[in-house]
Every structure is written in C-alpha cells, then in structure tokens.
Design a protein around this ligand. Structure first.
Ligand SMILES: C[S@@+](CC[C@H](N)C(=O)[O-])C[C@H]1O[C@@H](n2cnc3c(N)ncnc32)[C@H](O)[C@@H]1O
Length: 256
C-alpha cells in the first residue's frame, strides 16, 4: 500500500514560502538575545538547530567568531552550507549534522550555545535532556541563549487547549510551556536563567515585514496565496490571528 505523504512541519512550510527567520519573537527577540552575550573573535559559539544558517552567518560576519552550526535536517543543512559559502565564511563556520539530545562535542567546549525555536518542539523529558547537553558542552560561566513559545494560559485546561491548537495549526506536535515552567527547565539543569517575553510575531504582518523586509514579506504572502499552499497558509494565519495574543515569545539567557 502506498504510504500516505505527511505534510511538512510548519517551519519547513514557511521556509518553503521564503521565510528565513523561523522564530516566535522574530528579529526583535533574537537581537535582544544576542545582545546578552559578549561576542569577540575568540568566542566559541555553537548554534543548535541552525537550520539554513541565518544567525550563524550574521554572527560570524559581525564578530569574526568561530561558529559551529548543528541541525538534524540534512536538507536545511544543504541550504546552510550554500549560505556559508555564498558569504565566504567556510573558514570560520562548521556545519554538522547531529541531534541536540546527544551532542557530538566534548564537555566545556563552547562559550555560548544558541538554540532558537527548537525546545518548544520537544516533549518535556527531551527538553531536559537537550538543556542538560547544553550545560555539559558550555564552559563554566558560559551562556545559553534560547528563544521559544510561551503560553499566556489562565489555567492548565486552557494551556492544554492552546498546545493542541498550535500543534494542529503548524502540523507538528509541540509543547510550549508557561514562562515559569520554562525557567524551571533551565534551573533544573543547573543554569541561572533570566528572561524577556513579548508578543509572538512570527506570522503577524508587521512582524513579517520587520523580519523579512517589505519585498520578502510580499514574496511570502504571494507564495502563501498560491493554490497549492493556500489552505495550509490560511489555517496557520487564521490560528495566529485568532489566538496570537494567548502566545508569547520567551527569550532566555541562562548562565552556567
Ligand atoms: C523552527 S526551526 C528553527 C530554526 C532556526 N533556529 C531559526 O530560529 O530560524 C527548528 C529547527 O530545529 C531542528 N531540530 C528539531 N529537533 C532537533 C534536534 N533534536 N536536534 C537538532 N536539530 C533539531 C529542525 O531540523 C529545524 O531546523
């Protein structure tokens, strides 16, 4: 029997439409987050879930630091390698296929670990494993920078409805937490976390323009309106239009 083709997860769908930043708080949250670490040419940086390499290229260009980017999706890594070559940064950026749950790096080998828009996708026990791995590979005093979806839920029943709704809308099971629950994940691994939260802007029109520029936002919307993408795009767009205010981004700086 022919295997039923599963729809790609929401972030792959958005990347296909032309979205380069696949994070809940967009550029504003990422800029705040990256501003919390002291990057110099000597900083050893690991970006987990680097996808097409947008952040690591920007960091290497701005600071000349060595960056290792890891992701488990070989197709995203092909784009990352092309992006690194296009910017002529192959001498400072390494691209590695691997899993956040078992990082192929020695203890205490990085000063900064960045992980945006990935922990939300993991079930709770796996979140703890990944954050434990980040703690292991950071040097003492090193910082973990994360950026995820947080729930603005009245109670646990509301939280469960929101988790089910966003999972349906993006076509992949995700487990966003409340702000307090997120901080516990980092504290339980041994980190001292500090957080900034704000509105989720991934798909709102102003956020699209801020993240992708006017032309980029128009291209994404045009692609979303094509017949083959329209149903999926409308479902995601409508969900965030109706429920956007019940979600926030949470950017967390966790010090080892
Ligand atoms: C929503 S995208 C975010 C990409 C990028 N960090 C950004 O902010 O634009 C999630 C990424 O996490 C990666 N990913 C998910 N689980 C992973 C795991 N266990 N180990 C490594 N990468 C993972 C996916 O392949 C995907 O590239």
């Amino acid at each position: 029997m022919a295997e039923e083709k599963r729809p790609e997860p929401g972030h792959e769908f958005l990347a296909k439409l032309g979205k380069t930043r696949l994070r809940p708080g967009g550029r504003e949250a990422t800029e705040w987050l990256l501003g919390q670490a002291d990057f110099t040419a000597d900083t050893r940086v690991l970006e987990v879930a680097c996808n097409m390499g947008t952040t690591m290229v920007a960091l290497a260009e701005a600071h000349g630091c060595r960056v290792t980017g890891l992701d488990m999706n070989p197709k995203a890594l092909e784009k990352a390698r092309a992006n690194v070559e296009k910017h002529d940064l192959s001498d400072v950026i390494d691209v590695v296929e691997g899993n956040a749950l078992a990082l192929p790096f020695p203890d205490e080998s990085f000063d900064v670990v960045i992980n945006e828009a990935m922990l939300t996708m993991l079930p709770r026990d796996k979140k703890a494993v990944a954050v434990g791995e980040y703690f292991r590979v950071l040097r003492p005093g090193g910082v973990l920078l994360t950026h995820d979806v947080a729930l603005r839920a009245r109670d646990e029943e509301h939280a469960m409805e929101l988790r089910a709704g966003i999972s349906r809308a993006i076509g992949v099971n995700v487990d966003p937490l409340t702000g307090e629950m997120w901080l516990s994940v980092f504290r339980n691994a041994g980190f001292e976390p500090e957080a900034k939260t704000g509105d989720m802007t991934l798909l709102d029109p102003a956020g699209l323009v801020r993240d992708e520029g006017f032309d980029g936002a128009m291209r994404i919307i045009r692609n979303g309106l094509r017949t083959e993408n329209f149903d999926r795009f409308r479902r995601m767009f409508n969900f965030f239009f109706d429920h956007g205010k019940e979600f926030a981004y949470i950017a967390v700086v966790s010090t080892k």
